[in-house]
Ligand binder design. Structure first.
Ligand SMILES: *[C@@H]1O[C@H](CO)[C@@H](O)[C@H](O)[C@H]1NC(C)=O
Ligand SMILES: *[C@@H]1O[C@H](CO)[C@@H](O)[C@H](O)[C@H]1NC(C)=O
Ligand SMILES: *[C@@H]1O[C@H](CO)[C@@H](O)[C@H](O)[C@H]1NC(C)=O
Ligand SMILES: *[C@@H]1O[C@H](CO)[C@@H](O)[C@H](O)[C@H]1NC(C)=O
Ligand SMILES: *[C@@H]1O[C@H](CO)[C@@H](O)[C@H](O)[C@H]1NC(C)=O
Length: 620
């Protein structure tokens, strides 16, 4: 009786399952057209590159779909039939390759993308018109050769900064959307074009001698076995000789490949083509032969020139002093890594140049976007009489914080800036902050050989643990950020000398005021459009916390962004700090006598508690 009932239940279950899969199959009709992948080269049968092929192939198919229908991905109801369609399209050359389980894709991912964007207009609403039209200008031509391809992928990568929401899977994630859009609407030939597919999806057309396997069969039937043997042994001999000759070259190439693998470059698929290598002649022409009048900045590393490229864009050239050709490979690699990192609040790197010339010696130059409003340093400490109003300062503070948080937690590989200072924070026409020079501190002229023992950075901004012990972590950047934020709030330089000629850091000075309960006195007098005292106080306390001499007291840049963004007023508690290294005698005495007092200081106006999350300061 019992057995019979279970059997009935099972049969019922079976029927429900069968009928629901029937419904799915009826509903299916996947709108994607996988047949367009036919002409492209298939992955090697060992499977190592199959998932990458499928990922790029899917993007190409999406792009085609987008061009035809104006929508990025198929509806969720057709997800499983789309997988089935993909599966059957590869069955010819990859039988028994279960796409989803082998490549770690989940069923809904094929119809989910980036930030819930489904249509062309939703996508275009996110990206500024100027960025879109630049991309169209750069991509609307044949992308078959390197230079137009690099210039196109670079202009498309500018989209990334605006696609900051969540990706819902890696099949059609935000990274893929720029190329998908670019191939569909910016390029006149469309995604299935040979050059476009190669440039934007890294897919090559298969060689034209189509029926390879059929030919082989014919050969096998017609040619006697001994002939094959003769050919094979000749081949082996030839191969052996060639191998001997090429051995060195091959080994070098292998090593390079391994290096790039280790550096994680292989996964950055399209990014490795974004960088433009300029010739020295081009740069000379753009800068009027490095004319004095073109100099817009000077530093220990060399000068910065502005110039105009052939296509009319204004850019900045940073020319390093005293370099030798020795580190060029390393330099090129670093520059490539840096160029792949893009964010609205990071200064974009466009390209570089290394060259040896007869008169000027060895040259290393990097090419960056030119910003129109100079550096934060110019605005705070320059000659101009006008003071930045509070809303702009607030935007700059947030921008810096977001840029740094991206360097630390968003970029692959993550980067510690090491040299954050007011003159490295550049401002564009909308006073959006652009953090400059990230990843470059190690190329200062003293060379890269003593990196481990040398501290890169600028006096007044360097975190104490880094200056004293060379201990470099993300928190060193947080310290420097705190100092710049204090400069921004107070209009006071990182280090000033007091009446007695003692150096006083802005962080010690601000802390002294905060400790006395005079937090708002840190804020610059005469700042136009001052914000509410609560907000100003919050910013001061965050700045003081960031520039805390003790590494573990400082928040991470992610937490800083959260605190700056949140509209809630929060209690920011600042752990007691050790007295300053250059403290005077009375201060030392005072601190000894009061050291049993309260160890924490909180905002005197007392708002709701701010939650740091599990890995907050003090848990590190
Ligand atoms: C297909 O799905 C849609 C919505 O998910 C539903 O309205 C429709 O009835 C389904 N069609 C069939 C034939 O099951
Ligand atoms: C997609 O993501 C999953 C995990 O999120 C991962 O296991 C898989 O390797 C990824 N697939 C590809 C092709 O990157
Ligand atoms: C996407 O949209 C769906 C419903 O339209 C919603 O449930 C989901 O939370 C959204 N996801 C994101 C990341 O916005
Ligand atoms: C961008 O272009 C769209 C359509 O061409 C137009 O409606 C919109 O006003 C433009 N936006 C700006 C800021 O120019
Ligand atoms: C690309 O160029 C072609 C030919 O000049 C033109 O017809 C087309 O409208 C352009 N595409 C875009 C998106 O501007």
């Amino acid at each position: 009786m019992f057995l019979r009932r279970t059997a009935v239940v099972y049969i019922l279950l079976f029927f429900t399952a069968a009928s629901s899969s029937l419904v799915a199959a009826q509903n299916s009709s996947c709108p994607l057209d996988f047949s367009i992948l036919q002409p492209f080269k298939r992955p090697s049968p060992d499977g190592s590159t199959t998932c990458q092929y499928l990922l790029q192939g899917l993007r190409l198919v999406y792009s085609h779909h987008l061009r035809q229908t104006g929508s990025f991905s198929p509806p969720l109801s057709s997800a499983s039939s789309c997988w089935d369609a993909l599966q059957s399209s590869i069955a010819g050359f990859l039988p028994r390759f279960d796409v989803r389980s082998r490549c770690g894709f989940q069923t809904p991912w094929i119809s989910q993308g980036c930030m819930n964007i489904t249509t062309r207009s939703q996508f275009e609403a996110l990206i500024p018109n100027s960025t879109l039209s630049t991309a169209v200008m750069r991509c609307n031509l044949s992308l078959e050769s390197n230079t137009p391809c690099a210039s196109c992928t670079q202009s498309l990568s500018a989209f990334q900064a605006y696609l900051t929401g969540a990706s819902l899977g890696n099949v059609s994630d935000c990274t893929g959307f720029s190329s998908i859009y670019g191939a569909a609407f910016a390029n006149r030939f469309g995604p299935t074009d040979k050059g476009t597919a190669k440039c934007l999806f890294l897919l090559d057309l298969a060689s034209s001698s189509g029926s390879g396997s059929g030919k082989k069969k014919v050969v096998k039937i017609l040619v006697p076995l001994f002939f094959i043997l003769v050919v094979a042994s000749a081949l082996i001999l030839w191969y052996y000789l060639k191998r001997k000759r090429d051995f060195k070259m091959r080994r070098m190439k292998l090593r390079q490949q391994r290096d790039s693998l280790e550096a994680g470059r292989l996964d950055s698929m399209s990014e490795s083509t974004t960088l433009v290598k300029f010739t020295f002649e081009e740069i000379k022409k753009a800068t009027n032969n490095f004319s004095r009048h073109n100099i817009i900045g000077r530093g220990g590393y060399g000068n910065v020139f502005k110039g105009v490229l052939q296509d009319g864009t204004e850019v900045a050239f940073k020319r390093f002093k005293n370099c030798s050709a020795n580190g060029d490979a390393n330099f090129a690699h670093e520059v490539e890594v840096i160029a792949s990192i893009r964010h609205v609040n990071l200064l974009a790197l466009r390209g570089y140049c290394t060259a040896t010339t007869a008169y000027e010696g060895h040259q290393r130059i990097i090419v960056c976007d030119l910003v129109s409003n100079g550096s934060l340093h110019d605005h705070l400490f320059g000659d101009s009489e006008t003071h930045l109003p509070w809303p702009l300062r607030q935007r700059i503070a947030l921008g810096m914080a977001r840029g740094l948080a991206y360097l630390h937690y968003g970029a692959q590989p993550s980067i510690i800036h090491r040299d954050i200072k007011a003159s490295n924070i550049l401002l564009d026409e909308r006073f959006e902050a652009k953090v400059a020079d990230f990843g470059l501190a190690k190329f200062n002229p003293e060379g890269m050989t003593h990196m481990s023992t040398r501290v890169a950075g600028t006096m007044g901004y360097v975190a104490p643990e880094y200056a004293l012990y060379g201990k470099l972590t993300e928190k060193s950047d947080v310290y420097s950020f705190g100092v710049v934020l204090l400069e921004l709030l107070s209009g006071r330089k990182a280090i000033v000398t007091d009446e007695e000629g003692q150096p006083v850091s802005v962080s010690d000075w601000a802390w002294a005021l905060v400790r006395e309960g005079q937090t708002l006195d840190v804020v610059e007098d005469g700042m136009p459009e001052k914000g509410s005292p609560e907000v100003l106080e919050k910013y001061v306390l965050i700045a003081v916390l960031c520039s805390h001499p003790q590494l573990h007291a400082r928040p991470t840049m992610d937490q800083v962004v959260k605190m700056l963004e949140s509209n809630e007023f929060t209690v920011i508690s600042i752990p007691q700090r050790p007295i300053s290294l250059v403290a005077c005698r009375e201060e030392i005495d005072r601190s000894v006598s009061s050291s049993s007092g309260s160890g924490k200081l909180t905002s005197p106006t007392g708002y709701q508690a701010f939650s740091f999350g599990a890995d907050g300061p003090g848990h590190q």
